[in-house]
Write a protein that binds this ligand. Structure first.
Ligand code: C2E
Ligand code: MG
Length: 765
């Protein structure tokens, strides 16, 4: 355009006109291409100015043609256009401009001032602000001859963009474009972009983008900052070599290049990455080349997932699936797997194999007496001690206090026997746990492949049967499996199963054993439960009570015993005492005091006639709770008897701090009290101690006159034993409870019984 004007001055006008038309045509074409819009308009306007100055010199018809074309172009523009002279008078304005601002040829009069025009727009509501201030401002800019753009939001919601371009004669040309939609779109794009940035930033995987040429970072999300341990401001614009030590940088570069060279995305499976900031991490990564229109890579997209914690958690879970969390020994599942593998190997190699099942003796007592924390620690100590003896044999904890070894060698069964002996010897050494020196014995059952079983299940079951026999034969024994053991174990399991329905089938019965004063007077009875099994007959409590304690059946069973004993005793004409055993499980579960109260209330038995027997284990579990329960039971009026004194963990402190009404010396001290001086010393000491505390003593297991004589001599208060009567159905003792004379009757007793306070007979003293 400029060159056309220069030509106009320098050479002849025809040539210049031609150049001008060429420029006009170029401007017109450019006008139709949106990107060149603004330039095109300016070109057209400038052409118009030039055109008017050469009008006189060119063919008028041609000029008119051009003028028509130009008018068509002007009025078909999507922008509004107006042109002012140096004094701010309107030279030209197109239809679009008038339409945009609600003007008419009158209100946008050619020759009118910008001030009038703006005032008219203000009147039409298409101008916001102060017209004078606006015009002054604008005129000042034009005076300085500055190109500028203004974007204004109109009151009607439209957004207009104005481009003001000074022109040669001192005036200016302005284009107005409605950019409302464009603005909206721009805003939407900005919002979308913000949203996408938010999404990318919150994706838990690290996302980064590098330019394909120099591999400099151009984008990194937050997870990326975390993975690299570098803030993004420090990464953007840098290459990996500028950020990381040579070795990891070279690895990353090689991978990047590989993907760019092949132009295909690539996943890199689990790989270690030595992060200078976070140690060795495990990554999964995917690289995607982003190709330009020419098919060449423009960017490289990298997505990294840090799976370090996930992998660690998986490893932990896998470990837990095969290990016992307490001792970290292989668990039952691992044991089964190992046994299956070893069996397969032995089968192929025609080799023997032994399974040793180990159960700790009296572990329950330790748990009861010292609490579960010490019980747990003891198990951990055992778990450390036994493998040291085992010389590499596979060792697992397969249950609470059950452990197992697998031994496969050529020297079986000798080697299994030897190992078992060593284990017993090692267990004989006390274990120090939290300042306590604990003795825990063990029983061991052994089954061998192929003799005792060809598969895993039968080997384990038979080792278990042998263990059961070892326990039954006395703690601290070793037993190899024999065919008949299997049968016994099965019977035991069947018994356990039957016990569950013993109550509802009315198979439980109470037997009663007399309690006497040392002078022989019967003062009460102890209720002892029996199970009348439909096929096995009368099952003694020593057989089924441990099962009931294990299964929890002891709770309903214990309640039944208490209610039945109270009901029975309440029916006796003689107000004799009734003594009932309480398991420690009953102390731990449910509302014991409420249950005792309701048994007394329902039966009508006077509380003073009820004696509740508890063992020391009750106190050790939770001393404060037990103390509170005992106090509340006593406040009902019932008597508390401490049972089995001398077995387990009798402590003088318990004696002192618990409000017992009576203490019962275990029959193991009485069985040889007259012939075994140490027993006699202990019994005398306990009786003396209790006298000091004001607590009466009951000696259990009195079978002979000589024992009674000893106890009378030691000033024992009460006695119980076969000498006075065995546990029997209450009918056997009908005469006593009814207060009748029993002389001449026997009832299976070693001596005559003396009912109630009615008769006092020979005393041993
Ligand atoms: P315990 O409470 O110490 O009961 C005394 C046990 O000693 C009874 O055995 C009784 O038959 C036996 N006995 C009594 N006098 C003599 C004697 O002179 N010589 C010998 N050798 N034994 C004597 P039983 O009835 O077999 O009960 C064993 C254990 O079973 C009881 O010991 C008690 O701990 C438990 N038990 C019995 N009935 C119940 C019950 O209803 N509930 C609870 N929780 N335990 C019970
Ligand atoms: Mg006892």
């Amino acid at each position: 355009m400029l060159s056309a004007m220069r030509l106009l001055r320098k050479y002849n006008r025809e040539m210049a006109a031609l150049a001008l038309i060429a420029a006009l045509s170029a401007g017109y074409v450019a006008f139709s291409i949106p990107e060149y819009h603004d330039n095109a308009i300016i070109t057209l306007i400038a052409s118009l100015v030039a055109l008017s100055s050469i009008t006189a010199l060119t063919d008028r018809q041609t000029i008119r043609d051009q003028e028509v074309k130009l008018n068509v172009a002007l009025n078909n523009m999507s922008q509004g256009l107006c042109m002012f002279d140096a004094r701010g008078r309107l030279l030209l304005c197109n239809e679009r401009y008038m339409e945009m601002y609600g003007l008419t040829p009158e209100t946008a009069k050619i020759g009118g001032t910008l001030r009038d025009l703006i005032a008219n727009r203000k009147a039409m509501g298409t101008f916001d602000g102060d017209p004078d201030e606006y015009v002054d401002n604008l005129m000042e800019r034009y005076r300085l001859g500055k190109y500028h753009t203004i974007t204004a939001d109109l009151a009607d919601g439209r957004t207009m963009k104005m481009v003001n371009q000074p022109i040669a004669n001192g005036g200016w040309v302005a284009t107005h474009e409605n950019v409302t939609e464009l603005r909206k779109r721009e805003k939407e794009i900005a919002e979308t972009r913000q949203f996408l940035e938010l999404v990318i930033d919150n994706v838990p995987a690290a996302i980064s983008v590098k330019d394909a040429k120099e591999l400099r970072y151009i984008l990194i999300n937050r997870a990326g900052e975390e993975i690299y341990g570098i803030p993004r401001e420090k990464m953007i614009g840098k290459t990996i070599a500028e950020l990381f030590p040579d070795k990891p940088a070279a690895v990353i570069n090689a991978r990047d290049r590989q993907v760019l060279d092949t132009r295909t995305s690539q996943a890199f499976g689990e790989h270690k990455f030595d992060s200078p900031h976070r140690g060795t991490r495990t990554h999964l990564s995917r690289r995607v080349p982003v190709l330009g229109n020419d098919g060449n890579p423009q960017y490289l997209l990298l997505v990294i997932q840090d799976v370090t914690e996930q992998k660690e958690a998986e490893a932990r879970i896998a470990h837990l699936a095969h290990h016992d969390p307490l001792t970290d020994l292989p668990n039952r599942a691992a044991f089964n797997e190992h046994l299956a593998q070893t069996l397969e190997r032995c089968e192929k190699a025609d080799q023997k194999l032994a399974v040793l099942c180990i159960n700790l003796d009296r572990f329950k007592d330790i748990n009861d007496v010292f609490g579960h924390a010490i019980g747990d620690e003891l198990l951990c100590e055992i778990a450390k001690r036994l493998p040291a003896v085992a010389d590499g044999a596979f060792f697992a904890r397969i249950g609470g206090d059950e452990f197992a070894f697998i031994v496969a060698d050529d020297k079986l069964p000798t080697s299994a026997d030897w190992l078992a002996e060593c284990l017993l010897a090692s267990a004989a050494e006390p274990l120090e746990v939290q300042g306590h020196s604990l003795h825990v014995g063990m029983s061991i059952g052994i089954a061998m492949y192929p003799g005792d079983g060809a598969d895993q299940a039968s080997l384990l079951a038979n080792a278990d049967a042998a263990l059961y026999r070892a326990k039954a034969d006395g703690r601290g024994s070793i037993r190899f499996f024999k065919a008949d053991m299997d049968q016994q174990l099965r019977e035991r399991r069947a018994l356990n199963h039957d016990l569950g329905s013993a109550l509802e089938r009315n198979e439980l019965v109470l037997y009663y054993q007399p309690l006497a004063r040392v002078d022989g007077e019967i003062i009460g009875f102890e209720a002892l439960v029996r199970w009348q099994h439909p096929t096995l007959g009368l099952v003694p409590p020593g057989m089924f009570i441990p099962m009931a304690e294990e299964s929890g059946f002891i709770i309903p069973m214990g309640e039944w015993v208490l209610r039945e004993a109270c009901r029975e005793a309440a029916s006796w004409p003689q107000p004799l005492r009734i003594s009932v055993n309480l398991s420690s499980a009953q102390f731990r579960h449910g509302d014991l005091v409420g249950m005792v109260y309701s048994a007394l209330f329902d039966s009508g038995l006077a509380a003073e006639r009820l004696e509740i027997k508890i063992t020391e284990s009750v106190l050790v579990d939770d001393f404060d709770r037990a103390l509170s329960l005992v106090r509340r039971l006593k406040s009902l009026g019932v008597h508390i008897v401490m049972d089995d004194f001398g077995t387990g963990y009798s402590s003088l402190q318990n004696l002192q701090s618990f409000p017992f009404d009576k203490l019962k010396i275990d029959r193991s001290f009485i069985s040889n009290v007259e012939t075994h001086p140490p027993s006699a010393t202990i019994v005398r000491a306990v009786i003396g101690l209790c006298r000091g505390l004001g607590v009466p003593v009951l000696a259990e297991g009195v079978e002979r006159q000589t024992q009674l004589d000893f106890l009378a001599g030691a000033a024992c208060d009460e006695v119980q034993g076969f000498f006075f009567g065995r546990p029997q159905p209450i009918a056997v003792y009908a005469a006593i409870v009814n207060g009748e004379d029993t002389a001449g009757e026997d009832g299976g007793m070693e001596r005559d019984l003396i009912p109630g306070k009615r008769r006092k007979k020979r005393t041993a003293a």
